[in-house]
Design a protein around this ligand. Structure first.
Ligand SMILES: C[S@@+](CC[C@H](N)C(=O)[O-])C[C@H]1O[C@@H](n2cnc3c(N)ncnc32)[C@H](O)[C@@H]1O
Length: 196
């Protein structure tokens, strides 16, 4: 996303943060963005940015109340007054985790063109937290790795309460990436909040 922002003419400071060193190593193939290893909670910026974005449902990795609170406080501190925080989460009403089973395995290609098979297995659904594994195998069979993840599925009122507590008010909420409204069939909650 940051590479794309640069390519489309963004001339200001672009900083990408992720705790995953392997992901950052790949992102660093371009040098016109600053990359920092760390979590949202570890951000130490003070009123330096107009916009913070958590893309690709990364927000749902914030599972515990404490981590959520500390992360939102750090994001708020990084924003200038009036700055915005945009992120998308999967709408819990869609119960997408019910489709996360080995029968829905998909084939993907890695950066070197190797064909891989990826599937998910849900271990538990406890309240709004879903625990599952993602298995990556070579398309010819051998399993290469299995990663275990917990994701939190907050509904809009719960999201807004955490945001308000952190000093972020919701400016806009959409049900898709085309700025459509949230409906009973929406699978996404796209939130744009502002530092008050
Ligand atoms: C679905 S991936 C998205 C990857 C990449 N940012 C993108 O947009 O393509 C979710 C990312 O969230 C990162 N993540 C997990 N916990 C995080 C946290 N507490 N703060 C920031 N990022 C986190 C993971 O390392 C992972 O790279």
């Amino acid at each position: 996303m940051l590479h794309s922002a640069r390519e489309r003419g963004h001339t200001g400071r672009l900083v990408g943060v992720d705790p995953d060193r392997a992901a950052l190593a790949r992102a660093r193939r371009r040098g016109d963005v600053d990359w920092w290893v760390g979590t949202a909670a570890e951000l130490t910026f003070e009123a330096e940015f107009d916009l913070a974005v958590m893309a690709s449902h990364a927000f749902q990795c914030l599972v515990g109340d404490d981590e959520l609170r500390v992360s939102l406080a750090a994001v708020r501190s990084a924003l200038r007054p009036g700055g915005r925080f945009a992120f998308e989460t999967r709408h819990p009403q869609a119960r997408v985790w019910e489709a996360w089973h080995p029968g829905h395995a998909r084939e993907v290609e890695d950066a070197s063109g190797r064909r891989l098979r990826v599937w998910h297995t849900v271990e538990s659904v406890e309240g709004d937290v879903v625990t599952f594994t993602e298995t990556t195998a070579d398309a010819t069979g051998p399993v290469l790795r299995t990663d275990r993840t917990r994701l939190r599925f907050l509904d809009a009122p719960a999201l807004d309460a955490f945001l308000a507590e952190a000093g972020l008010i919701v400016d806009a909420r959409y049900g898709d990436w085309s700025r459509g409204p949230v409906t009973p069939r929406s699978t996404e909650l796209v939130t744009v909040a502002r530092r008050v």
